[in-house]
Design a protein around this ligand. Structure first.
Ligand code: SAM
Length: 306
């Protein structure tokens, strides 16, 4: 069951409370929602994002001409159309309500961006998101949580996600802003670096074997690095898109000094550069490979039995 009725109701009430002050009548909102086939049809009622908030969402996601922006529940298409018209991006708007799709197409024609955008009447839960470089949302707290595992399964590391008014629970935002009384949350999809990684490097006694074990919670991680017989904690782990870095206090000349590892994650390979405590890389590279059986999904909350 993808829809949790009680959660939805609470979330809907939260949203209604929030928007009633913005002049949208509760009566009109519910009338519109139910007219479309009842509450089981739409997961979220139609409430447009104010233009100032649209701008902020596109700014935070740093949308450019090389982006493909997906708006899940696109309403009248305003986010996708603004991304195309003002930033030169391409866009896909998804909405279950045929009236919204008609409106979006009409608005795209008026804005002369029909060559850069498309609007599809489709359930956002059944939408393939793998091509997106930016995903925009104005849904509900419960719907954000329900689609979160899908975002982690389908979006490439580095894809930017921006949500009007609602967060993603334990997946804390990388940036939060407030504009004209609305909250905007921004995340960069982190690579999954969990599991056991190994590599070898020349050491004082020949080839030395390194084993890195990482546990990850969304964009945060901790772990250990074993070199020879000594196990050291890794600290200051940073994961941003496909970039990962961490520090290990490795023994050098009788004392521990922070060695910074930086790399790019590509599937089960990390390739990068090692910076010595003095900040110099000396061009020392490292290439680690992961045992694929050790990867833990970042978000499998959709698989937890109720
Ligand atoms: C709050 S509005 C946001 C509109 C637009 N994204 C904006 O920010 O201006 C939510 C939209 O989601 C659409 N919607 C609700 N449930 C949906 C679903 N399961 N699949 C696709 N669209 C859905 C509604 O029709 C509505 O247009």
């Amino acid at each position: 069951m993808r829809r949790i009725q009680t959660g939805r109701l609470i979330a809907l009430l939260i949203m209604v409370a929030g928007i009633s002050t913005a002049g949208v009548s509760l009566h009109g909102l519910i009338e519109r929602t139910y007219a479309l086939g009842g509450p089981d049809e739409l997961d979220v009622p139609y409430v447009p994002t104010p233009e100032s908030v649209v701008e902020k969402m596109l700014d935070m996601a740093a949308v450019t001409g090389s982006d493909l922006v997906y708006d899940l529940g696109c309403g009248d298409g305003r986010i996708v159309i603004a991304a195309a018209k003002e930033r030169g991006a391409r866009g896909v708007g998804i909405d279950l309500d045929p009236e919204r799709i008609r409106e979006s197409k009409e608005n795209a024609r008026e804005a002369r961006v029909t060559d850069r955008v498309m609007f599809v009447r489709q359930d956002l839960y059944n939408t393939d998101l793998r091509d997106a470089t930016v995903v925009t949302l104005y849904l509900l707290p419960s719907v954000n949580l329900e689609i979160r595992p899908k975002l982690f399964k389908e979006l490439k590391p580095g894809t930017r996600v921006v949500s009007h008014d609602f967060d993603m629970g334990e997946w804390t935002a990388d940036q939060i802003a407030e504009v004209d009384g609305s909250m905007v949350y921004f995340w960069v999809m982190p690579a999954n670096v969990s599991g056991t990684w190994e590599w070898t490097m020349p050491g004082s006694t020949g080839k030395e074997r390194f084993v890195l074990k990482i546990e990850q919670e969304f964009q945060n991680a901790r772990g250990t690095l074993t070199a020879g017989s000594s196990e050291m904690p890794v600290r200051d782990v940073k994961i941003s898109g496909d970039q990962v870095s961490f520090t290990v206090d490795q023994a050098a000349g009788g004392k521990a000094a922070g060695v910074r590892y930086e790399g790019r994650v590509n599937g089960d390979t990390i390739q990068g550069v090692i910076h010595n405590p003095d900040g110099q890389s000396e061009g020392k590279g490292w290439t680690a490979r992961r045992d694929p059986s050790t990867v833990v999904p970042i978000d499998n909350s959709d698989e937890i039995p109720l």
